[in-house]
Design a protein around this ligand. Sequence first.
Ligand SMILES: Cc1cc2nc3c(=O)[nH]c(=O)nc-3n(C[C@H](O)[C@H](O)[C@H](O)COP(=O)(O)OP(=O)(O)OC[C@H]3O[C@@H](n4cnc5c(N)ncnc54)[C@H](O)[C@@H]3O)c2cc1C
Length: 392
Amino acid sequence: MTKKYDICIIGGGIQGVGVAQAAAAAGYNVLLLEKIGLACATSSRSSKLIHGGLRYLESGQFSLVAESIYERELLIKNAPELVKRVPFYIPIYKHTSRRSWQVFAGLSLYAILGRLKAEACFRKVPQSKWHQLDGLNENELQAVYQYSDAQTDDVQLTRAVMYSACQLGAELICPAQFELATYQNHQYHVRYSEDGIDTEIVCRVLINATGPWHNEVQKKISPNITVPDIELVQGAHIIINQTPPRGVYYVESPSDRRAVFVMPWYQQTMIGTTETHYEGNPAEINPTEHELDYLQNIADHYFPSYDNNIIDSIAGVRVLPKSNKSMFNRARDTLYISDEMLPGYLGLMGGKLTGYRHTAEKTMHKVKTHLGESKNKMNTRSIHLTPAPNDF
Ligand SMILES: Cc1cc2nc3c(=O)[nH]c(=O)nc-3n(C[C@H](O)[C@H](O)[C@H](O)COP(=O)(O)OP(=O)(O)OC[C@H]3O[C@@H](n4cnc5c(N)ncnc54)[C@H](O)[C@@H]3O)c2cc1C
């Protein structure tokens, strides 16, 4: 017998699991298909920051920043074992392009968007305390600002969200690869393969949350609709064998003035990220030699006493809308793809790890008309998240 679902989600990254959680919380019968493993792609290769995104103020993305700050606070409250507030430091040198008054103005706006709550406040670190800043280069250092944002383990967060979705009744099939879907008689006939065996299910709403594979997957859904014009932009991180710093350092790359983070990562230090055009298969992405040198030089420059031996490196791809703007200044909102030829279909791309719950709520709102009434179980704003058990 063909199984019937209200919603079928393809992709077990943070966006897919977020929608599974919101759909299950809203009382719908939901299935998520993931072809390899939860958070096996972009959602394990992020900078692991749960943040408003101070730098997005430079490109005028105020609503994204305000929304992300709101989500950060919810996550700190609802997922205290997974999301921790950490201090961020911004050093200003004689040579840095963002001057002290600009950083002051940016942090003031950031605090306003954070509703001027105590945790949104920032301060200048007195010069007498600079020696406590993890060996930060003090040569030509003029000021250091401190504010706070948060950090997580992106894999653990993704697993925890899916675990909570399953506790609310969602079904996960992993590994299971989506093969094709056809819209017929107001529903989608979806075929997936699990252990080499093809299975068909039907659903009223189909969500494509496959991140970098979005367009490839959309082409397997009929009737075919135009695929969006997107660009894949690689971002790399290096992990060096260095005692983790006390917080996240937000520094400017001396070579091209991009903002880069030097941050604690378990017992080591992680540095990232880069922005490099990527055209290959998203499953085969690797940091380039140039990216490794670029990041290592930043560590050398700001932390001359560090042991800069690279012990690991990772790379992921952002999905950005095609545009003539510089990659650094491109909008980072989630992209929603729909077409009247495919009622009840929604494609999700890009966005932030931080904003997954907001994206999921917006997704549910967009597909509501294609779903019948349901018995709401919970509001996602009040779902407590705990780490998923190892055997999940
Ligand atoms: C370098 C970098 C740093 C970042 N840093 C941050 C940060 O610090 N903070 C923040 O908030 N955001 C950050 N982001 C953004 C965030 O990481 C991404 O927006 C998010 O992880 C995207 O998740 P996703 O679910 O859309 O995609 P993915 O995590 O890529 O998930 C897609 C999933 O779909 C699956 N899939 C593909 N095809 C199929 C198929 N046919 N059948 C079944 N499953 C399939 C894949 O296996 C994969 O698991 C960063 C992004 C990058 C690239």
